[in-house]
Ligand binder design. Structure first.
Ligand SMILES: *Cc1c(COP(=O)(O)O)cnc(C)c1O
Length: 391
């Protein structure tokens, strides 16, 4: 089985598993307990927080553990909107191709009377800094723009966008779930006030993530109950998850450069090889792109059929985001970069990472063109395109 769906989730690394096991067996104390076992857990929690903080160039008291990326996004956006409203600022800025954890939170806020400006991400999947500058108003409370897109992998000019926000006195949040552990991140140098991350996108476990919130930005409690996470998020800490995530992040950051280089070479081989298929196109900018992201459209075929055939050939791929592939709607990301509906249906996302191999890339380069040709042979759309001289 070839796993090319690392943007949906990743395997738990050996290092992460080894960090988790003691929390599930001998060291199961509650970090809030006063006895020795509790205090040992509390110490492990402190260490994990310090590790996560260091990997982002943040301080430990700026890290809040959550149940994942979705919770961190919901928390950051909802509370910064409420904070703004208290000062009479009810305008938010985002983009058209955010993850649904962001988009649906914004939709809820719109229903509650907030106004949201969605910046265009253009054909290359990139926000234009001057368009952000022009969109900021005196009543803008928050700008939330994803670091790297989960479907087409485009990387935004975060440092520049953050600088514009700070110049105008607006808070800047980024959903960095696809970037953390894969790209170098420095929240201070990059002008980031709030950042969401998730353990299972960099070989940590599922169901755990974190919100970074810069010191001085008022974050109020999100879940009521006990005093965990400095009174901000109640609930006994997910110790195995937190320790596993911290270990996975440290490992990813330690090997970031070498992993990125190898993975990018696989990516470029796949893009080059698959671009030879007639009537194909790469979605998203070729350079400002996650090292492991390949997203292509092949005209005249259905993305779903392509995925099923590849599955039979032992290749796990995706037609975009795992959250939307259960529905038949074309991807909102591909529509956001201006693709017509019929083409947006035929997309293929291969998301690679350091556990993949050259053999897997070679095999895929052999299989995909065959499957595309086979499906086109059976496609009335393709037949029509040929008759019209479009293929
Ligand atoms: C996976 C993902 C999320 C959601 O994270 P969970 O931990 O699964 O809740 C949010 N944003 C992006 C960009 C993602 O890729």
């Amino acid at each position: 089985m070839i796993y090319f769906d690392n943007a949906a989730t990743t395997s738990v690394s050996k290092t992460a598993l080894e960090a988790m096991l003691p929390c599930l067996t001998e060291n199961y104390g509650n970090p809030s307990s006063l006895h020795l076992m509790g205090q040992e857990s509390n110490q492990a929690l402190d260490e994990a927080r310090l590790t996560v903080a260091k990997c982002l160039n943040a301080r430990p008291d700026e890290i809040y553990f959550t149940s994942g990326g979705s919770e961190a996004d919901n928390w950051a956006i909802t509370q910064m909107a409420e904070l703004g409203a208290k000062k009479g600022k009810k305008h938010l800025i985002s983009t058209t191709f955010e993850h649904h954890a962001v988009l649906h939170t914004l939709k809820r806020l719109e229903k509650a009377g907030y106004e949201v400006t969605y910046l265009d991400v253009h054909e290359d999947g990139l926000v234009r800094p001057e368009e952000l500058k022009a969109a900021i108003r005196p009543d803008t409370a928050l700008v939330t723009i994803m670091y790297a897109n989960n479907e087409i992998g485009t990387i935004q000019p975060i440092t520049e966008l953050g600088a514009i926000c700070h110049e105008k006195g607006v808070l800047f949040h980024t959903d960095a779930v696809q970037a953390v552990g894969h790209l170098p991140i420095d929240v201070k140098a990059q002008n980031i006030d709030l950042l969401s991350l998730s353990g299972h996108k960099f070989h940590g476990p599922k169901g755990v993530g974190a919100l970074y919130c810069r010191r001085g930005v008022r974050l109020t409690n999100f879940i009521e109950g006990g005093a965990q996470e400095r009174n901000r998020r109640a609930g006994t800490e997910n110790m195995p998850g937190i320790c596993g995530m911290a270990a996975a992040l440290q490992e990813a950051v330690d090997h970031l450069e070498e992993n990125a280089q190898r993975v990018a070479s696989y990516r470029d081989q796949l893009i080059e090889g698959l671009s030879k298929i007639p009537c194909s196109r790469l979605n998203g900018d070729a350079k400002q792109r996650l090292p492991g992201n390949v997203n292509m459209c092949f005209e005249g075929i259905e993305g779903e059929s392509l995925l099923l055939r590849l599955d039979l050939a032992g290749i796990c791929a995706s037609s975009g985001s795992a959250c939307t592939s259960g529905s038949l709607d074309p991807s909102h990301v591909l529509l956001a970069i201006g693709l017509p509906k019929e083409i947006a249906h035929g997309s293929l996302r291969l998301s690679l990472d350091e556990v993949n191999t050259q053999e897997e890339v070679d095999y895929t380069l052999q299989q995909v063109p065959q499957v595309v040709a086979l499906l086109r042979d059976m496609s009335p759309v393709w037949e029509q395109m040929q008759k019209d001289g479009r293929a």
